[in-house]
Design a protein around this ligand. Sequence first.
Ligand SMILES: Nc1ncnc2c1ncn2[C@@H]1O[C@H](COP(=O)(O)OP(=O)(O)OP(=O)(O)O)[C@@H](O)[C@H]1O
Ligand SMILES: [Mg+2]
Length: 203
Amino acid sequence: MSATDNLFPIFDRVVGRAEKEAKFGQRARVVWLYGLSGSGKSTLATALERRFFSEGRVTQLLDGDNVRTGLNQGLGFSEADRTENIRRVAEVAKLFVHAGAITLCSFITPTRQQRANARSIIGADDFIEVYVKASFEACAARDPKGLYAKAKAGGVKQFTGKDSGFEEPAAEDGSFILDTEAETPEQSLDRLYRFVVSRIQFP
Ligand SMILES: Nc1ncnc2c1ncn2[C@@H]1O[C@H](COP(=O)(O)OP(=O)(O)OP(=O)(O)O)[C@@H](O)[C@H]1O
Ligand SMILES: [Mg+2]
């Protein structure tokens, strides 16, 4: 256990992360899915969790929509509030990692700085960054929540990709990329599943 793993002053008495991981037969990691609204984050996160759950793995999903009504209620979509939204989620995800869970986070996370911040809170070794890639036009055509139509009519403030920016990853960010315009949901899930499994299995 490194010094940064010591969340508790009574660390010699708490059941440690390594013990939990050994019991669950998995390495705890955070899978951080980011991309535009409608790119496929929630679709893939829920399907991946369902698949892991059916295999008997211990998982937790944190999704933009459920977190904003609870933990982060009161936060809006200004740059500062989005940064705080991500910071809190990253801290919670870190706690789940200490509980031994494979933790799936699905958040737009529009800026490289916010993603770097999440990575630094969680720790690079435990952080799997996944870019769920689809263009603004493709997401607008899908519009699963009707948000693009609403934004076009002026009914959504600071809509990502329209009024507020989205930064693509740079090569050095090391994002695993799922091109959801070129792949079916089943293909994306399969690629995601295989990539994540390779990172959570004990050697
Ligand atoms: N390869 C793919 N992977 C995932 N979803 C896909 C793919 N191809 C098409 N889709 C469709 O794209 C839509 C994605 O919607 P979803 O709610 O998952 O987006 P989201 O990224 O969670 O958006 P938001 O940020 O608004 O929550 C769904 O209707 C899904 O069926
Ligand atoms: Mg979603």
